[in-house]
Design a protein around this ligand. Structure first.
Ligand code: NDP
Ligand SMILES: O=C(O)C1=N[C@H](C(=O)O)C[C@H](O)C1
Length: 251
C-alpha cells in the first residue's frame, strides 16, 4: 500500500482526491495538511504545517496554493518523500524551487492532470507548426468563480507548448485591455472568463483567411484531475530524482 498525504486537504481538489483514494486498493490516505484547520472535525490526522506530519508517508499530493511550495519542498527533500503537484499560479520563484528540489527527489508537476488536455497539447503543437504563417492564435479559458489565479495554469501550459514549437518567437497578450492597436502576427492572445461552477474549459483558436479551427477541451468534473493525480502517484513511487510531467506518464 502506498501511504499518501494531501496538502490542501480541505480544499475542493483535496476532498475529491480523498474520495478517490477511498476507492483505490493501492493507495492509503494517512494525513492531510491545510492552512486553517480550526473548524476541522474529521477523523483523519490533519496538520497546519507539513513539518508536523508524524508518520512518514510515501508521497505528498499537493493541490493548494503557491505559498506552500517552499515548506513542502523543504520537508520532502529532508525526508526523501516524492511529490505530486497540481497547484497552479506559480511564478519564477516556484519554478526555481521545483527545479532545485527535483535534483534530490522525484517531483511530478503538471498544471492539468487530465488525459484530454494532454492530447490537446499534441494536437495544438501539430496545428501550430502547420498553420504558423497564416493563422492567428488565441486561447480562451473558462473556470468557476472560486478560482484565484488567472490565466489558468493550463492556458500558460498550452501557450508555452505552442511557443516552444515556434522557437519561442511568440509574445503573450492578455485580455487586450483598452488596446487601440491591431494584433501582430507573433502574438498569442490569452483570455480568462470566471463564472459559476464551470469546471474548466480551454479553447485554442487558429483563425486564418475565411476559416477557423478551434481545438477545445471541457472538463465535466474535478474527478478527472483527481484520477490523473492518482496515476501520477503510482508513476512517481520508486523514480529517480527529477522533474516529471504527464508526457512522462502517458508515453
Ligand atoms: N493540475 C490540475 O489538474 C488541477 C489544478 N488545480 C489547482 O489546484 C489548486 C487548488 O485548487 P482547489 O482545490 O480548487 O482550490 P481550493 O481553494 O478549493 O483548495 C485549496 C486549499 O489549499 C489551502 N491552502 C491555501 N494556502 C495553503 C498553504 N500555504 N498550505 C496548505 N494549504 C493551503 C486552502 O485553504 P484556504 O481556503 O483557507 O485558503 C484550501 O483549503 C489551484 O492552484 C488550482 O488551480 C485544480 C484542479 C486541477
Ligand atoms: O482551478 C481549477 O479548478 C483548475 N485549475 C487548473 C488550471 O489552472 O489550469 C486546471 C483545471 O483547469 C482546473
Amino acid at each position: 500500500m502506498i501511504k499518501a498525504a494531501i496538502n490542501g486537504y480541505l480544499g475542493h481538489m483535496g476532498q475529491v482526491i480523498e474520495k478517490l483514494i477511498l476507492e483505490n486498493d493501492n493507495i492509503e490516505l494517512v494525513a492531510g495538511i491545510d492552512k486553517n484547520i480550526s473548524n476541522y472535525k474529521g477523523e483523519l490526522e490533519v496538520y497546519e504545517n507539513v513539518f508536523e506530519l508524524e508518520n512518514k508517508c510515501d508521497v505528498i499530493i499537493d493541490f493548494s496554493h503557491p505559498s506552500s511550495l517552499e515548506s513542502l519542498v523543504k520537508y520532502c527533500t529532508s525526508n526523501k518523500t516524492p511529490l505530486v503537484i497540481g497547484t497552479t499560479g506559480y511564478g519564477e520563484k516556484e519554478i526555481d524551487l521545483l527545479n532545485e528540489g527535483s535534483k534530490e527527489i522525484p517531483i511530478f508537476y503538471t498544471a492539468n492532470m487530465s488525459l484530454g488536455v494532454n492530447l490537446l497539447l499534441d494536437l495544438v503543437s501539430k496545428a501550430a507548426i502547420l498553420l504558423k504563417d497564416d493563422f492567428d492564435i488565441e486561447i480562451i479559458e473558462k473556470h468557476h468563480n472560486k478560482k484565484i489565479d488567472a490565466p489558468s495554469g493550463t492556458a500558460y501550459l498550452i501557450a508555452d507548448t505552442i511557443n516552444k514549437e515556434l522557437e519561442n518567437s511568440m509574445d503573450y497578450v492578455f485580455d487586450r485591455h483598452l488596446s487601440h492597436k491591431k494584433r501582430s502576427n507573433n502574438e498569442i492572445g490569452i483570455h480568462s472568463i470566471r463564472g459559476g461552477t464551470i469546471v474548466g474549459e480551454h479553447s485554442v483558436i487558429f483563425s486564418g483567411l475565411d476559416e477557423v479551427i478551434e481545438i477545445k477541451h471541457s472538463a465535466g468534473s474535478k474527478q478527472i484531475f483527481g484520477q490523473g493525480a492518482l496515476r501520477a502517484v503510482d508513476f512517481i513511487i520508486g523514480k529517480e530524482p527529477g522533474l516529471y510531467n504527464m508526457r512522462n506518464l502517458i508515453k
